[in-house]
Design a binder for this molecule. Sequence first.
Ligand SMILES: NC(=O)c1ccc[n+]([C@@H]2O[C@H](COP(=O)([O-])OP(=O)(O)OC[C@H]3O[C@@H](n4cnc5c(N)ncnc54)[C@H](OP(=O)(O)O)[C@@H]3O)[C@@H](O)[C@H]2O)c1
Length: 409
Amino acid sequence: MLRYSLTFICHALFCPAQGNVRGCLFLQVEDLRYEGGTQKQQMNDRDYMQLAIALAKATAGQTSPNPSVGAVIVKNGELISTGVHLKAGMPHAEAAAIQAAGEQAKDAVMYVTLEPCSHYGKTPPCADAIINSGIKKVFVATLDPNPLVAGKGTERLRKAGIEVVTGLCEEEAVRLNEKFFHFIQHKTPFVTIKGAVSLDGKTAAKTGDSKWITSGEARQDVHNLRHEHDAILVGINTVLHDNPLLTTRRPQGGKNPVRIILDTECKIPLSARVVRDPSSKTIIFTGNRIDKQKAAQLTDLGVEVISLDSSRISVREVLRILGEKGLMSVLVEGGSEIHASFIAEEAFQQIILYVAPKIIGGREAVPFIGGAGPDLVSQGKKLRFTNVEKIGPDLKITAVRLVEQEGGL
Ligand SMILES: NC(=O)c1ccc[n+]([C@@H]2O[C@H](COP(=O)([O-])OP(=O)(O)OC[C@H]3O[C@@H](n4cnc5c(N)ncnc54)[C@H](OP(=O)(O)O)[C@@H]3O)[C@@H](O)[C@H]2O)c1
């Protein structure tokens, strides 16, 4: 059993005091913890790929619009170097690992979580860097669905005489970049609906009081979700009722998602924290019948107001526009009417529900999903549970939609 200590990688990006960027890019070998035995005896191809995946996971939420990628270089059974892609515009994982390996990359083996790129983007093609380094064999966990790369990266390596093995730990590697893969394929953001409920599925008491249903540990975990998504979306009632900040607050720092508010009549107060707080951009979607002067006041305060050409806000239209803006993922954080629209329009990929061991009760209390709902149980949306874990006293349940509908989203 191998254990890795990787926390400092996340820390590196958000701590300006680290200064030396190159030092932050590479995982130090002493940060690997082995449970007895030597590295030679213990690590096999799968272990090295798992290490590359663990490196990539540590950057979740940081690399958008790029994927999270990790790479490991091994020679004669010895770990030579590692690399991660920390942020868009910074070196890709393969290039970082090759730079760290130097001359030792010659005749070595590389394990990389995603197919190396073969095109010029913000950085030169990684396939060329691998060929020039003298690496003789490359394990690729999954191919890249990006049409600019798709199969071309591995083809380039093979043409240069490098042995390429694809599909090692593929399922995990695909899950790691599910938001990126979805965005590349559909051009709309990957949508996670998040809720915090009592055991009887209520998100607030009949008075609207909702503080707090779940524990401090669960609420802290939500900040990891915010960090991992590009945008966070709520309905106007949640803003009016809770006046939330919708920022990411973690001890190690984090990325603030772009704030999205659905507000048909532009009722949002100019004093709302999402309007006044400068730590992230706020976009308000409205219908076509709004007070233009109010919209102008919001614009003056730095808020982007997008008035749709209809009296009702379609969440699919919102997602299309967010996709055009390059936002790869959206965390939908309520309330129940907004959830109902995303469910009814089948505009979501997964639901993450924090369930507290608490009963609120009352038929007037706010449920996780509002709206009218279907007439029959058989018309309910079908999901598949993918994970259940305990966070403090609460449960965190992840479920995904069973069928991806035709036509995107
Ligand atoms: N426990 C939790 O996890 C949690 C999380 C968030 C909120 N809450 C609680 O939930 C309550 C608010 O929930 P809510 O259901 O009343 O309101 P909501 O979902 O926050 O907002 C609903 C409103 O958003 C506007 N809207 C615009 N476009 C929409 C669309 N396509 N679909 C649905 N709504 C759209 C509508 O008002 P207009 O027509 O005026 O635009 C609608 O009435 C509060 O008590 C809050 O504390 C709990």
